[in-house]
Design a protein around this ligand. Structure first.
Ligand code: FES
Length: 108
């Protein structure tokens, strides 16, 4: 689990409507850009570990669809939004400093 804010990517690496897989403090993190806002959740599906960045970004609902069994997660909260996913994935706090995207511990 992230313990502090760390640099994860440059904004230019995550254009509108795309996702990027990054590693920060040994965490596999998915960063997505939807409507100009950046979201960060754990990249491993809580069902059977599918790589969410290999799935589909659903920009209208701000969700990511897992590539393995069509489960999905809310990018804002990490909560599952479709079966077979039942457990949430970590949702990280995001800060923007200039052109840099930083991710940090989940905000409680
Ligand atoms: S591993 Fe993601 S839905 Fe099964």
């Amino acid at each position: 689990m992230l313990t502090k804010f760390v640099e994860a990517a440059k904004k230019s690496q995550v254009p509108e409507g795309t996702m990027l897989s990054v590693k920060a403090e040994n965490e596999d993190i998915l960063i997505a850009c939807v409507d100009g806002d950046y979201y960060a959740i754990n990249n491993l599906c809580s069902h059977q570990g599918g790589w969410l960045d290999q799935g589909e970004l659903l920009t209208e609902s701000c969700e990511v669809l897992c590539p393995l069994h069509d489960g999905s997660f809310d990018l804002k909260t990490g909560e599952p939004t479709a079966e077979p996913c039942k457990e949430p994935v970590a949702a990280y706090a995001v800060r923007i400093e200039g052109d840099t995207i930083l991710v940090g511990p989940p905000e409680k």
